[in-house]
Design a binder for this molecule. Structure first.
Ligand code: GLP
Length: 240
């Protein structure tokens, strides 16, 4: 793993965002896997600014996303699709037909197969962006007895519900989600991982220094050949 520590999330947003801008300029029809959560927002902001300034175009880029809630309309303000729309999709020149998203309201097995095939048909994901949950989850792959494969429907843990329910002020947070599995994430050619804040420090330590175990799903990244880790000082505070 290539581990880089920055002063704050703004610096991470620029550094990680620049990797995307350079990659898209060199590979205009690349396939990108995006993530939701507060952590990647500065990275999306940087990409959007660069697109607005004419320094990069997403017109031939294809995108996938890690996960989506079940039992929530796509248009609800807290869907992950709307998060991406607000933070990136509406601010760059991505074509709507080039955006693919897991449908949390479809039959899980059929949707998993559709998504797997769609990623495969587009040549696989070139760069997958990842954050981490406080319990070591990536996408919505919660701690488990074994590593998952392709996309599947997951029951969210109390830790994740507690962390994410702050965004739900009108309805209760959904208890289930569709998520890309560990197997699908590990197929990405390159992974950009971002974590910020002291609340992530233990999970980051377990991911980098701990045993590779499905009890800390992010630890599988130790076995991926191309992972760049962006941390702020607080998230890196438990590393030697
Ligand atoms: C959710 C997402 C993850 C994300 C995590 C952390 O659970 N499914 O992909 O990494 O939240 O989010 P945040 O960046 O807001 O801490």
């Amino acid at each position: 793993m290539d581990i880089r520590v920055y002063k704050n999330e703004q610096e991470i947003g620029e550094a990680a965002g620049k990797i995307y801008v350079d990659y898209i300029n060199a590979n205009p029809s690349c396939v990108l896997g995006f993530a939701t959560g507060a952590t990647p927002v500065p990275t999306y902001t940087y990409m959007a600014e660069q697109c607005k300034a004419g320094n990069v175009s997403f017109k031939d880029v294809k995108t996938f996303n890690l996960d989506e809630y079940c039992d929530l309309p796509k248009e609800h303000k807290n869907s992950f699709y709307m998060f991406m729309y607000d933070n990136l999709f509406s601010k760059v020149d991505l074509k709507p037909e080039n955006i693919d998203f897991l449908n949390g309201n479809a039959d899980p097995e059929a949707e998993s197969e559709r998504y797997r095939k769609s990623i495969e048909d587009k040549g696989g994901i070139d760069i997958q962006l990842l954050g981490i949950g406080r319990n070591g989850h990536i996408a919505f792959n919660e701690p488990a007895d074994e590593f998952s494969g392709e996309a599947y429907k997951i029951k969210l843990t109390e830790s994740t519900i507690e962390a994410n329910s702050i965004y739900f002020d009108d309805i209760p947070m959904p208890r289930y989600a569709m998520t890309m599995g560990i197997g699908s994430i590990m197929k990405a050619r390159k992974i950009i991982f971002i974590a910020t804040g002291a609340a992530k420090a233990q999970a980051v330590r377990d991911m980098i220094k701990g045993e590779v175990t499905p009890k800390c799903p992010a630890s599988i990244l130790q076995t991926h050949p191309d992972v760049t880790v962006f941390l702020d000082e607080a998230a890196a505070s438990l590393l030697d």
